[in-house]
Design a protein around this ligand. Structure first.
Ligand SMILES: Cc1cc2nc3c(=O)[nH]c(=O)nc-3n(C[C@H](O)[C@H](O)[C@H](O)COP(=O)(O)OP(=O)(O)OC[C@H]3O[C@@H](n4cnc5c(N)ncnc54)[C@H](O)[C@@H]3O)c2cc1C
Length: 466
């Protein structure tokens, strides 16, 4: 009896990014050949399949304009694969919607966080893309473009998980222009710890928009720090801090000159949240809660060493404005999720039959679906343009102009308000039903509409520097 047994083996490794490196495909072929020789197998064909191009459908914009190089594209593909494998949208929504009372404990807040996903994201290198190369991080050219493309993919494929990426990317980007000793202390610790989270705090109970307004009011800002030998003693209250209750560090901006105009009075520190005198005072229960939750702090003689001061004394204003520009990363991940949401809406309109045909074929509905697509495209263009500018127009210190961010902030809100209106027309009575993802998406977007001040105030700020 004669046997002729043939096997077709397809080996799919978990993450492709590293395997695309030049030396690895060659070595893989050698290893397979060695194994075959050892066992006396005959290999008829052996090849490493090339990376497929254009797999990220919703990112066609970036492919068309060839904004991304091969490494960036493979990173985006990695984010897609990661989210598809590790992230369950429903689980993320349930975590975000877990009731969060004002007196929630740290444990309650920590229990909302999917630490398993965060740790795995760290293992594959996705959390570290904003860390400078010298500390073992990404070190990609066009860092802002790379992070924005990844943010969009995270929002599109992973929904609310996107913020768990954009928070560390934004804050690591801020630390990139902190003094070297802070970077030397912070980045290695971040690279080692698979779960570090951080937050940024500017807003106070009595001062929100006016902390960053060009009116430059000297009465603004009640949280005060004064210097005592080599420490800063901080007293006061901060408000609305995203992820503040689950973070290891807060990038904290406070008034350090009691009397000066606010633009000449603020200093930024890196405040470890285990510093005595720092406490979470209240948790804000928002209508569209986010997974990392939102908190209010008390500083009671909280002593931060001068070595953790990130800006010149009273010189934080430009840094704060530049730092807020990094918020467009958050809006990019929201855009990714909104793109997914729009696709749900379009598909619903194709399936819902009224008047004898799918409602998308009624011109009033079809036009709305097309308008939503058009608006999202304009928003995407604007955000990528901002990212492009940030990559090219950083000053020596690494600071960027906030102009693009102000426009993104204004336009995002316009687009989202209109999409919410469109969704209510398309879904009709189904719109507020919790069984559709639309209801949750509306709540979250209504909550973040005030994030980083209103769109109209953004235009006021822009008008001052045009
Ligand atoms: C979901 C969410 C997340 C947030 N995360 C953070 C965070 O992580 N860290 C942080 O520091 N803050 C955070 N914030 C706070 C946010 O930045 C502030 O809400 C924002 O700056 C507005 O401040 P406010 O809420 O005090 O509103 P106010 O400043 O009281 O403004 C109320 C209204 O008055 C208008 N207004 C105020 N001042 C002026 C003026 N001088 N001229 C004209 N109009 C004016 C405003 O446009 C607004 O319409 C968050 C907010 C939200 C909703």
């Amino acid at each position: 009896m004669v046997y002729d047994t043939k096997y077709h083996l397809v080996w799919m490794q978990k993450f492709r990014k590293w395997v695309q490196r030049q030396d690895i495909p060659k070595r893989v072929l050698e290893i397979f050949s060695d194994i075959a020789a050892h066992h006396g197998f005959e290999i008829q064909e052996l090849r490493v399949a090339p990376e497929k191009k254009g797999v990220i459908k919703m990112l066609d914009f970036t492919f068309v304009f060839d904004l991304l190089n091969e490494e960036q594209k493979s990173l985006v593909a990695l984010m897609k694969e990661f989210c598809q494998r590790e992230v369950d949208r429903k689980r993320m929504n349930e975590l975000a919607d877990k009731p969060v009372p004002p007196n929630a404990t740290k444990k309650d807040l920590m229990d909302r966080i999917p630490w398993d996903i965060i740790s795995k994201a760290h293992d594959v290198g996705l959390r570290q893309v904003a860390v400078p190369k010298e500390y073992g991080g990404g070190g990609y050219g066009d860092r802002w473009i790379t992070m924005h493309a990844l943010a969009e993919a995270a929002g599109y494929y992973g929904g609310k998980v996107g913020r768990l990426f954009t928070l560390p990317w934004k804050h690591c980007s801020t630390l990139c222009y902190a003094p070297k000793p802070i970077q030397d202390e912070f980045f290695p610790a971040f690279m080692k710890n698979r779960k570090t989270l951080f937050a940024a705090s500017i807003t106070e109970p009595d001062h929100g928009s006016d902390l960053l307004m060009p009116y430059d009011d000297p009465s603004v800002g009640k949280t005060i720090g004064y210097k005592d030998k080599d420490e800063w003693v901080i007293n006061g209250e901060k408000m609305f801090c995203t992820a503040g209750g689950v973070s290891d560090y807060i990038i904290l901006s406070v008034r350090t000159d009691k009397n000066a105009k606010i633009s000449k009075a603020m200093t930024t520190f890196l405040c470890p949240t285990n510093t005595p005198g720092f406490s979470v005072h209240r948790v804000n229960d928002m209508m569209g809660n986010e997974v990392p939750s939102n908190t209010q702090f008390l500083f009671e003689n909280c002593r931060i060493p001068d070595r953790l001061r990130m800006t010149p004394v009273n010189g934080a204003y430009e840094e704060m404005r530049s730092r807020l520009a990094g918020k467009s990363l958050h809006f990019m991940t929201f855009l990714g999720e909104s793109q997914w949401e729009w696709e749900q809406m379009r598909d619903y309109a194709k399936k819902r039959i009224q008047g004898g045909k799918p409602i998308i074929q009624h011109p009033n509905i079809g036009m709305l679906i097309a308008e939503g697509d058009c608006l999202l495209r304009t928003l995407r263009l604007l955000i990528y343009q901002d990212a492009w500018d940030c990559d090219r127009m950083q000053d020596k210190q690494g600071l960027v102009s906030p102009l693009g961010w102000w426009y993104v902030n204004f336009w995002y809100k316009k687009v989202i308000y209109r999409l919410i209106e469109i969704g209510h027309e398309v879904y009709g009575g189904m719109a507020p039903q919790k069984e559709l993802p639309f209801e949750n998406w509306v709540r979250v977007n209504m909550s973040i509409l005030h994030g980083g001040s209103t769109g109209s105030l953004s235009l006021v700020k822009a008008s001052k520097i045009l």
